[in-house]
Design a binder for this molecule. Structure first.
Ligand code: FEO
Length: 398
């Protein structure tokens, strides 16, 4: 689908819709994504960002609906990750722009990606304005949100914030604006996106929100590089980011487990029973059927992470190792936790999972439960007690 949508007069969405992508470097994109680019028609015709390389023709086709691409004067690269800059080299040949506008770090990253010293780089500092004619663009560096090169472009007269990856969602739709889609599903995708991409940068998110508030920008629309454009009440997504970034947990526990012969699964259910006795909202997620990125989404607002794995070859099950590797990189904070699992003869998994929790600065509030082979009633009672103790700790934060 290649459509042309106007955000405001003379400002066009010219991106691409990727209906079929299902894995975004480890994040499950079950409903696809979009690569948004924006074209501004002014004295200086300006293209903000490009698209992932295989979608270059979609971008060119969209631009042609508005203007011959060779008429573009400025190409702004807000972010160098290849889902946005992947078409830059080919677009540079087509457009031959007067300026390629980017942050200082983006220039360095573009050189390291595309090795072209001859491009007409025009480096902008944070806070700098550039006139397009009737419009002014203000550039705001957003280092490490989520790459060192990341930058916002703010269209002052139209009060549109082109926000690069921030405030995006991986969701392929024919609609382009938030008021055209189901708001609950939109917020689910925005939550998953935050949890899996921006979570480790939460302190920087809070600082950026404070800095942008200080600038006093009027914002009519937030136009991210993925998913829907926030046209109706755009500040709702800024408020949501402020809340997620603070990582204030709810009275909620997530039990993530993998089980070899269902003994660990029996233990997971017993732990959940102990939590339920105290009315704690509990999610049980079996890694055999749950993607790591969905587990992280549930963890975003949870107080407790409770991990279960059988022991395999003196270690934990591979899906749990994968989960912990992924979780460690995302650095969730303000969590408590514990571990449990069954074993045959050596039983290392609980110790290893507990150690991993401690390394992630999760406060371990129970020594864990290990049960040899198949749990009977007494063993399951220990798991119920683990759930009860976690529930008490959730309800009585230190
Ligand atoms: Fe959507 Fe960081 O690229």
């Amino acid at each position: 689908m290649r459509i042309n949508v106007e955000l405001k007069e003379g400002i066009h969405w010219v991106g691409a819709i990727d209906w079929n992508i299902r894995d975004f470097h480890g994040y499950s994109t079950n409903k696809g994504t979009t690569y948004n680019a924006y074209l501004v028609m002014d004295d200086k015709v300006t293209l903000f960002d490009t698209v992932k390389k295989p979608f270059k023709q979609d971008l060119v086709h969209c631009i042609y609906k508005v203007v011959d691409p060779s008429k573009i004067d400025y190409l702004v690269v807000n972010h160098v990750e290849p889902d946005h800059s992947g078409s830059v080299a080919e677009m540079m040949e087509i457009i031959k722009p007067e300026k390629l506008i980017c942050s200082p770090r983006a220039k360095k990253a573009l050189l390291q990606h595309y090795h072209r010293e001859d491009w007409p780089y025009h480096v902008v500092e944070s806070g700098q304005d550039i006139s397009l004619g009737k419009r002014t663009v203000q550039f705001i560096e957003t280092r490490m949100l989520h790459w060192p090169d990341s930058m916002f472009s703010y269209l002052k007269e139209d009060a549109i914030l082109i926000s690069s990856d921030a405030f995006g969602q991986h969701w392929a739709t024919s609609e382009r604006f938030n008021d055209q889609v189901d708001s609950h599903e939109l917020m689910y995708h925005a939550t998953k996106y935050y949890a899996n991409i921006l979570l480790p940068y939460s302190p920087l998110v809070l600082k950026l929100i404070a800095d942008v508030q200080k600038l006093g920008l009027k914002i009519d629309m937030i136009a991210p590089d993925h998913g829907l454009i926030w046209r109706d009440n755009p500040m709702q997504i800024v408020s949501a980011y402020a809340q997620w970034a603070q990582q204030v947990p709810k009275q909620k526990a997530v039990i993530i487990y993998d089980s070899m012969w269902r003994s660990t699964e029996m233990m997971a259910k017993a732990v959940a029973d102990g939590l339920a006795e105290h009315g704690v909202c509990t999610k049980i997620m079996d890694l055999a059927g749950t993607h790591r990125s969905d587990a992280i989404t549930e963890l975003l607002d949870a107080r407790a992470i409770i991990l279960g794995s059988s022991t395999l070859n003196n270690g934990m099950l591979p899906r749990m190792a994968d989960m912990l590797c992924y979780m460690k990189g995302l650095r969730p904070s303000n969590k408590i936790g514990a571990a449990f699992g069954s074993y045959g003869w050596s039983g290392e998994s609980v110790r290893l999972m507990t150690k991993a929790l401690e390394e992630m600065k999760v406060k371990v509030v129970h020594q864990g439960v290990s049960i040899q082979y198949v749990p009977e009633h007494q063993g399951l009672k220990q798991c119920v007690e683990l759930g009860r103790e976690l529930a008490v700790a959730i309800k009585n934060p230190a």
